[in-house]
Design a protein around this ligand. Structure first.
Ligand code: DLZ
Length: 192
């Protein structure tokens, strides 16, 4: 049976947009698939490879601060490498798009990607709650759309399915996040 879930698709032209992807490294194989899904959609929407910056952080708990600093850094830096924004290198980024030299142009949107899988303790609940609230607060404080690419899965199977890696559902939610980034970035330019 087909599903009614998900946004209706409306593709926007991303050829003038600058997008950052910030991803956690916990549950890395699933995260990598989601990042590739997002990259594929960004590419299909015309976002140029040199306008996509990828940074990683240890776990999902670190995503909000990283998004905040990356947005602030892109507003103040004067050229140079995006690796300077957080002091990271591109060594552990998945997919074919690595950190690239950038102009001093602010990001139009940031996609925050992480995979939280429930364990035996309350860790999951605390991180899910704090990360979702902090990402929302960061996008409202900065005015830059932050796409919520954090899977909050009750088990590994749920996470794999949502990254297009499961036995059943093959949809990769990273693709939705890529589309959402381009749409929100475009709309925010129009709204001013
Ligand atoms: C500690 C932890 C645990 C138990 N589980 C996850 C997870 O499923 N997904 C994830 O992205 N990160 C996890 N982490 C790491 C925390 O997000 C964070 O990196 C550490 O607590 C250090 O602040």
């Amino acid at each position: 049976m087909s599903s009614i879930k998900g946004p209706s698709t409306h593709e926007y032209d991303g050829s003038n947009l600058r997008i950052a992807i910030v991803h956690a490294r916990w549950n890395e194989s699933v995260v990598d698939a989601l990042v590739v899904g997002a990259l594929n959609k960004l590419g299909q929407c015309g976002v140029k490879a040199h306008n996509i910056v990828i940074q990683s952080v240890p776990g999902s708990f670190e995503l909000p601060l990283a998004c905040s600093r990356i947005i602030a850094g892109s507003r103040t830096q004067n050229g140079g490498s995006t690796g300077d924004l957080l002091g990271f290198t591109s060594a552990n980024t998945p997919g074919s798009v690595a950190d690239s030299p950038t102009a001093s142009v602010p990001f139009d949107a940031v996609i925050a990607i992480g995979v939280l899988i429930k364990g035996a303790t309350m860790h999951f609940e605390y991180i899910c709650d704090s990360v979702s609230h902090a990402l929302m607060r960061t996008q409202l404080d900065t005015g830059v759309p932050i796409i919520f690419g954090v899977l909050t899965a009750l088990n590994e199977e749920q996470a794999l399915e949502r990254a297009g890696m499961g036995a059943g559902m093959r949809h990769n939610h990273g693709e939705d996040w890529g589309l959402a980034a381009v749409e929100m970035a475009t709309r925010c330019r129009i709204w001013g």
